[in-house]
Design a protein around this ligand. Structure first.
Ligand code: AMP
Ligand code: MN
Ligand code: MN
Ligand code: MN
Length: 279
């Protein structure tokens, strides 16, 4: 059974429409898919409809940008009720923070002589959310840099001209919205935050105390060695283990939809009581 609990569409910074994402999932033999766009649930209805047609078990999700102290983290929410008003109000505030940051990124790049970047990124992003990959794509399209990784490295990461810290909600708020919407809060790609293992344990401990229930162990974002470390941390903290590709599109990431390493033995999968035996 192929279970992929982390994916994106063009409602956030992915390439495919929700329907096309599900069609690809079906081609890849995915049985269970969660759509987890950044800070929006806009794509869920279309994706769910297509999943039903294709016989894929669909999980409502969202990936919330949040702060643990000064560290930007991502919290994947699974099995949420997308109509929950607290969750939607929180996501709306988070999207507004994105918009404010995006304008400020444009101003900072203009001050460096690179003009019109906000407008260009916005045109690529559409109306729902604007994210750094939209800036990266614009910088590539206008010939400022040769590819997306270079755009990040030269302009979009901490310390570079286009980087602006974002006042994301705190992780405690994000977890609380998720829990109020009946969802499961999952620390996304925990090995990606450049934390020492002891810092990471303290993040996971705080997250658990705030009501968080799970962490991603198996993801295309982790090396085999990182997965082993995350597996150990997951057991120590007694969290549920999640698995997802973090697929953004055929040309955007090395991740392949539905391609997720098997969870190491001895972990409790986040889907243990979802009744997936029948899938
Ligand atoms: P944002 O949420 O707007 O801060 O943008 C973060 C998104 O940018 C992540 O979800 C990834 O999709 C993408 N991303 C982050 N770092 C890189 C990188 N170094 N190269 C390419 N894409 C990246
Ligand atoms: Mn992304
Ligand atoms: Mn992420
Ligand atoms: Mn993601």
């Amino acid at each position: 059974m192929i279970i992929d609990l982390h994916s994106h569409t063009n409602c956030s910074d992915g390439e495919l429409s929700p329907s096309d994402l599900l069609k690809l999932a079906s081609e890849h033999g995915v049985n269970v898919l969660a759509l987890t766009d950044h800070d929006t649930t806009l794509g869920l209805d279309e994706a769910r409809q297509q999943a039903t047609e294709l016989g894929i078990r669909f999980i409502n999700g969202v990936e919330i940008s949040a702060l643990w102290g000064t560290v930007d983290i991502h919290i994947v929410a699974l099995q949420i009720d997308p109509t929950n008003e607290t969750l939607q109000a929180g996501l709306k505030a988070t999207r507004l923070a994105r918009e404010v940051r995006a304008k400020s990124m444009g101003e900072r790049l203009a001050a460096q002589g690179i003009k019109g970047v906000y407008e260009g990124a916005k045109a690529i992003a559409g109306d729902e959310i604007i994210a750094r990959p939209h800036f990266a794509k614009h910088l590539v399209a206008t010939g400022v840099v040769k590819d997306i990784p270079t755009a990040f490295k030269r302009y979009l990461v901490r310390g570079k001209a286009g980087y602006v810290p974002t006042p994301w909600p705190s992780y405690t708020e994000a977890v609380s919205w998720i829990r109020q919407a009946g969802g499961i809060a999952v620390v996304a790609h925990p090995a990606r935050y450049r934390l020492t293992m002891s810092k990471l344990r303290s993040l996971l401990q705080d997250f658990k105390e705030a009501g968080g229930q799970a962490m991603e162990v198996a993801t295309a974002n982790h090396t085999a060695e990182e997965m082993e470390l995350m597996s150990r941390a997951c057991k120590e903290l007694n969290l549920l283990a999640s698995a997802g590709s973090d697929f953004h599109g055929p040309t955007m990431s090395r991740a392949t939809l539905g391609k997720v390493p098997a969870l190491p033995p001895g972990l409790t999968p986040v889907w243990q009581d979802w009744g997936l035996e029948a899938v």
